[in-house]
Write a protein that binds this ligand. Sequence first.
Ligand SMILES: Cc1ncc(COP(=O)(O)O)c(C=O)c1O
Length: 452
Amino acid sequence: MAVVSAARRTRKAPHSGFKMQTKTFPFPLARVLELEKKTPTPFHVYDAAAILRRARALNEAFAWAPGYRNHFAVKALPNPAILELLKAERSGADCSSMAELVLAERAGLRGEDVVFTSNDTPAEEFRRAAKMGAIVNFDDITHIPFARRALGGRLPEMVCCRWNPGVLKDGNAIIGKPEEAKYGFTREQLFEGFRDLRDGGAKRFGLHAMVASNERSAPYFVETARLLFELASEISATLGIEFSFIDIGGGFGIPYRLGEEDLDLRAVGEGVRRAADEVFTRNGRPIPRLATECGRYVTGPCGWLVSRVLHVKRTYRNYAGLDACMADLMRPAMYGAYHHITVFGKEDAPADEIYDVTGALCENNDKFAVERPLPRLEPGDMLAIHDTGAHGHAMGFNYNGKLRHAEWLLMPDGENRLIRRAETLDDLFATLVPPVRVRDSMQGGAPERNAP
Ligand SMILES: Cc1ncc(COP(=O)(O)O)c(C=O)c1O
C-alpha cells in the first residue's frame, strides 16, 4: 500500500543514511485525481481494511476478557458507513449526543451495543438512549434524579457511572487534568449514586472512566483499569451490588509524528488481564464484561485530508495557502496538534523550504503546520495531511461560510465509495428564514467550490 513516502531529506538531514520511518497513502495520485473529478478538493479518504485491522488488534489484545467489545466513539468519525463496517469486528458504539444515538441506530446498533456517555445531558437524550436500551452512563450524581424524572420515574435496568479520579491520575493537554475536568463523579459521589440507583430499581451496574486522550503509555491504561477494578470491588462490598460492566474508556493514542512509538496494545491487554486476575479472580469474583470506547486508535491513522495548494505567498515567512482550512481539520489550530504532510509527486524531493501551511479563514491560527520543512511548493500541488481519520471531519464547522467536504471510503475490494457528499451553499443556507436559494441569486456562473 505504500505509495506516497514521507521520507525526505531535510536541510540538516542528521539521519541521512538511515531509512526513515514513512507515512503512507493507500493509492496512487492517478486515483486521487479520479476522485477529484467527482468531488473537488478538499476531501477525506479512509481505508476500510486498515480500520478493520486496527479494530481486530483491539479484540486480540483483550481476547482473554469474556464479552470484551470496543464501543467505537462515534464522535471520532460519525458516519454510519464506518459504524456498519466496524460491526464486522463486533464493535458497538459510544454515543454522546442525540445525533450520535440516531447514527448508531441507523447503522443497526441496538440495545447494549450502545453506551451513552454524555455530559450536561438534555432530557430527550436520556429518553432516546433508554428507548434504544443503551447502557446509560451517568456523568453526575444530579443526573440520576434528572433522568428518573425524564423517564417517567423509571430508571434503565442497566446503568453505569463515570468516575473522575481527580488527583489520583494525570491527564494531558487535550483532556486536561482530571481534577480540573468537568466530567464524572467524585469517589464519594459514586457510593451515594450507586446506592440511589440500587434503591431506585436499577438491576445491573457498570463503572467507567476516561481520563486521557491520545495517550501512548501502556502502563497508564493498566493503572486506570486497576483503579477502576479496585473501586468497583469496594463499592460492591459496601453496597452489595455486583458490577457486570467496566469501561476503561478511549484515549488510546497514535503516533502522529514520524519516529513516535505506537501504543503497545499487547502490553495494555496483558497488564489489564493481570490486574483483573488480582482484583477479581483471586478473590473468587467473576471478571465483569470489559469494554473500551476507542475512536482515534481505530480510525485515526486510516484517514487523510487531501487538499491542493492554492497560493504560495512569501512575506516575513513562506505561506502555502490550501483549499482546505481549519474548518476542515481543527486539531492543529485547536491543540497545536502535529499532522504529517506529504506532497504528491515530491515525496523524495528535499524538504529545503520552511512553510506555514494555512487555510483561508480570517483567523491567524488557521494553520495546518507552522514552520514546517517541506519541498518547494507551487500552486496546484496536491498534498495529503496524515492521521486525520479521527476527530477530523467530525470537528468541522462553517465559519466564514466554509462548506464541509466529502468523504470517501476505500473498500477492502479496492472500490472507492462516497460516504458523504460535499455540503452545498443551499445546504448551508437551508436554515435561513426566508430561505436563500443559490440558483435564484446567481447571475450566470456557478460558485466554484462545492456549489450545487
Ligand atoms: C467519553 C469519551 N469516550 C471516548 C472518546 C474517544 O476518544 P479517542 O478517540 O481518543 O479514543 C472521547 C473523546 O473525546 C470521550 O470523550
